[in-house]
Write a new protein. Structure first.
Length: 310
């Protein structure tokens, strides 16, 4: 057990290698701001560990808050990560839990990569850059009850994938995941799916005041509702005639013009032109020309109770 220490410096705070049952509890770890971020050590570095518990730590100004690689059955709980590169960084780690953590002013709050069977619940990402939660090759995992706010485009050029800055949730080549009961708010982009991210269950989430709610470019239709209930969208303009709490008109966040802009950014110069307005009118009048995209057939008229703001 490593508990109650105050660690400061440019190197690694705690490094565990090939251990089982280790506990890292209630430590304060602060890096050296005079050293470039990429040259600092991680606050807590775990490699080839099993049944590790990292709880109640406060980490700032290191490279990553906690980095865990090639490990199993571990838990990252109730930590606070501020002013870092990545708050929580997972690589090749399975059957593990990330819960009730806070990231603030990082360049990615939760970077989850090449892992499966993760349970990510009750975490917060506030004022992070580039990404709130990033899922890269994540499978059979659960994201539930997380709250992401104020993700903005970074000024450091440190985004993992070009053009993906400012996203509350970024899903890259990730399948068979359950994403429910989360809140994604006040960010440059609410959710971005790409690179074959399919067969994910996305329902019961709240998308609030994002500059753009959804970005999805692929050749397969995505239905974002489950068991007759979809998500809450702050920009939904439909109605609910039977007062069952569900919109009577499906929510479809993107159209062919959006996809054209994503493929050819120069088209932004023509967004208010008569030609672009004609394209939008044609696809509304003749749905046969509509390309596959995201559809929420049962949008929620009110925010899920768990996501209501205080």
């Amino acid at each position: 057990m490593i508990r109650g220490n105050d660690l400061r410096g440019a190197g690694f705070g705690v490094w565990l290698d090939a251990t089982a049952g280790a506990q890292v509890l209630d430590n304060r770890i602060e890096g050296d701001q005079s050293v470039r971020s990429q040259d600092r050590g991680n606050g807590i570095h775990l490699y080839a560990v099993k049944d590790a518990l990292v709880r109640g730590n406060r980490v700032s100004h290191t490279r990553d808050g906690v980095y865990i690689d090639t490990s199993n059955d571990s838990s990252i709980e109730a930590n606070r990560f501020e002013d870092l590169r990545y708050g929580v960084h997972y690589m090749f780690t399975h059957n593990s839990r990330v819960s009730d953590n806070l990231t603030r002013r990082t360049r990615t709050g939760y970077a989850l990569m090449q892992s499966r069977k993760l349970t990510v619940t009750g975490n917060r990402s506030i004022d992070d850059e580039n990404y709130g939660i990033l899922m890269n090759y994540i499978t059979y995992s659960t994201l539930a009850g997380n709250r992401v706010e104020g993700v903005r485009s970074g000024s450091t050029g440190d985004a993992m994938i070009s053009g993906a800055e400012g996203k509350a949730l970024f899903i890259y080549n990730s399948l068979f995941n359950r994403i429910e009961g989360n809140s994604f708010a006040d960010s440059a982009l609410g959710i971005h799916l790409t690179a074959g991210s399919e067969d994910n269950r996305i329902a019961g989430n709240a998308f609030l005041g994002n500059r753009q709610q959804v970005k999805y470019v692929a050749s397969r239709e995505q239905e974002w509702s489950a068991d007759g209930r979809g998500n809450y969208w702050s920009d939904y303009l439909g109605w609910d005639r039977d007062d069952d709490g569900l919109g009577d008109v499906a929510y479809e966040p993107n159209d062919n013009v959006d996809r054209l802009v994503w493929l050819y950014p120069q088209v932004r110069l023509l967004l208010n032109s008569p030609g672009i307005e004609l394209l939008r009118w044609v696809q509304r009048a003749f749905p046969v020309v509509r390309s596959p995209g995201v559809r929420d057939s049962h949008p929620l008229m009110r925010m899920p109770a768990a996501e209501a703001r205080p």
